[in-house]
Design a protein. Structure first.
Length: 325
């Protein structure tokens, strides 16, 4: 657990100001959900939270565990929109400080609490468990234990939703460059590795969705915002940091747009009859910030491809780690 805390601190205990310069207003640091090609980052992140809430099939008063709660945005959204009681856990002291401040808002006060805690140390039972962008940090050796913990913390009629970066294929779950400079201890799972570990826990896999290209678009928005604030960011750190993070955004965007990377949303339950037997309840809805008359359109791969990296960025990726020296 000491290693887990150190790995989290390396990335997530950087300046809050840094993240506010390129994330959306709610500080969502995970794949957004673009219901239309011209959606803003803010709209797409709201849509992501709504999509996850729908899959959790929530009822007012239920208890929810948020594993890897970040700066608290998902927990706060679920409490406001569904009237549930959320416990969020994180290993980042910087994220915890922001989340606890946000939890004092009158609209969620007493329904949301955050703890500096490893998910394996959580006790009690919960109606729902959500984990967004955290499973990538577990590591292959920890997969069985992770899903067993989810199973142990769920009530008999409980539901869990795991949102994680994934990859096609059974090899190559680590990037030496990302593990050295950006996400130490990280591991990108294949779907087969995830399902194998989930099944060992005794949980039913009730739904799997692959979000193709959504993270490429999310990375594009982050990259553009990062570049727009490059001077401020290099004042916070230095020019080398700026080059390193530009490379990180470009490298990952290309992986999601042209490579084997994607995002999996995996829904789990303890019983077969907890959830409806059709998927109607989790179908996409218009983003809350759009006019009522405007409905989502089909998003094609070609429409996403129009946001691809410019040739100079692609060349920088091919140059490898020399780009950050």
């Amino acid at each position: 657990m000491t290693a887990s805390r150190a790995n989290v601190a390396h990335h997530y205990d950087l300046s809050e100001r840094l993240y506010r310069l390129f994330l959306d207003e709610d500080m969502q640091y995970s794949c957004a959900y673009f219901q239309r090609p011209d959606a803003t980052l803010e709209e797409a992140q709201i849509a992501k939270k709504d999509h996850i809430a729908d899959k959790l099939f929530l009822s007012p008063g239920q208890s929810v565990l948020d594993i890897g709660c970040g700066w608290g945005g998902m927990a706060l959204h679920l409490a406001r929109q569904a009237g549930v009681n959320v416990t969020g856990v994180t290993l980042s002291t910087e994220q915890l400080a922001v989340a606890e401040t946000r939890a004092r808002e009158p609209s969620v006060n007493a329904r949301v609490r955050f703890e500096l805690c490893d998910y394996r140390e959580v006790t009690g039972l919960f109606d729902r468990i959500v984990s967004v962008g955290m499973f990538e940090h577990v590591g292959l050796a920890g997969f069985d234990g992770y899903f067993q913990t989810v199973a142990d913390r769920l009530k008999d009629d409980g539901v869990a939703l795991i949102h994680t970066i994934g990859r096609r294929g059974k090899t190559g779950g680590r990037s030496a460059w990302l593990n050295t400079y950006i996400f130490p201890g990280g591991y990108i799972p294949s779907l087969s590795e995830i399902t194998d570990a989930a099944e060992k826990s005794g949980l039913f896999i009730t739904d799997i969705e692959s979000l193709r290209l959504h993270y490429a678009e999310t990375m594009r928005h982050w990259r553009e915002r990062f570049q727009a604030h490059r001077t401020e960011i290099e004042d916070l750190y230095d020019a080398r940091f700026g080059r390193m993070w530009e490379f990180y955004f470009c490298y990952c965007e290309l992986g999601f747009r042209y490579g084997d990377l994607m995002v999996f949303q995996i829904q789990l339950s303890k019983k077969l009859d907890t959830l409806p037997i059709t998927r109607d309840y989790m179908m996409s809805k218009p983003c809350a910030s759009l006019p009522e008359a405007e409905t989502p359109v089909q998003v094609s791969a070609s429409s996403f491809a129009r946001g691809a990296l410019e040739p100079s960025a692609t060349t920088a990726i091919r140059a490898g780690t020399k780009a950050v020296s």
